[in-house]
Ligand binder design. Structure first.
Ligand SMILES: [Zn+2]
Length: 254
């Protein structure tokens, strides 16, 4: 159990979304089109589908990668959360943008952001299995998408005139931590197949109905939880000068 955590139960174990590269390619084609995939003990597969090939499939190598995942369960109505322990998501080196930085925990001095594995507007819990089992299945899908992000990422630099590509993606490329440490203007951007949860007040308001589960994982309805606050923040963004609105729009995309 992480120190000072309010969680009632903690589970730790390996999730290996792909058993081999050939299956990874099939599954990623389905994920990219938001088609259903089967999850069995954290392993993804898909029945025959006619989803078309994707342009980056040659980069999907070494995909049979195990992830050490921590899941926390809460005795009140809050939803279970999952955290990637190993390989760690290192800030600016291997962290993707789909994280819940508002739900970080500290384990042995290491800060772990929660994985943004689902949104109440996208995943409906069913009654036949526990919430933590369903969140772990969703985490396997999330990790499959993260692996695609890792394999397809390219290095970019922010410049006065915009964004320029520094390194083209290459099969088997490793992150170059030292180069990133030298410049705050360098950042990775990869491909995230399929849907991801909306992450701005405008995105929440557009996609989550008041009776749906709130994005904050309280387990309450959106209309009775964060909707008022989102409306206030959205109104503040609309009233803000153009540059602030632009920055908010950029932030909601990263
Ligand atoms: Zn909420």
């Amino acid at each position: 159990m992480p120190e000072k955590s309010e969680a009632s139960h903690a589970y730790i174990g390996f999730i290996r979304p792909f058993s081999e590269d050939a299956i990874a390619v099939k599954v990623v084609r389905a994920l990219d089109r938001d088609l259903p995939v089967q999850v069995d003990a954290g392993r993804l597969d898909v029945s025959e589908s006619d989803a078309p090939p994707l342009p980056f499939e040659k980069l999907l190598t070494r995909t049979a990668l195990p992830f050490l995942v921590l899941a926390l369960e809460f005795s009140d109505s809050r939803r279970p959360r999952t955290y990637l322990v190993d390989p760690p998501m290192v800030p600016r080196v291997s962290d993707c943008e789909h994280l819940r930085l508002d739900k970080c925990i500290t384990v042995n001095g290491v800060v772990l952001p929660a994985l943004c594995v689902y949104s109440g507007s996208l995943l409906k819990f069913t009654g036949d299995r526990t919430h933590v089992e369903q969140v772990l299945d969703q985490t396997a899908i999330y990790l499959a998408k993260y692996l695609v992000w890792l394999r397809t990422r390219r290095l970019y630099r922010r410049t006065a005139t915009g964004i320029e590509l520094v390194r083209e993606r290459r099969t088997g490329e490793q992150a170059i931590a030292a180069a990133l440490q030298r410049s705050n203007d360098l950042f990775w951007r990869g491909y995230w197949p399929g849907t991801c949860a909306p992450s701005s007040p405008a995105g929440h308001l557009a996609t989550i109905r008041p009776e749906n589960e709130c994005w904050c994982w309280s387990g309450k309805c959106y209309g009775e939880c964060c909707r008022d606050e989102d409306q206030k923040r959205e109104r503040a963004v609309r009233a803000a000068p153009f540059v602030n609105r632009l920055m908010a729009a950029v932030r909601s995309k990263i």
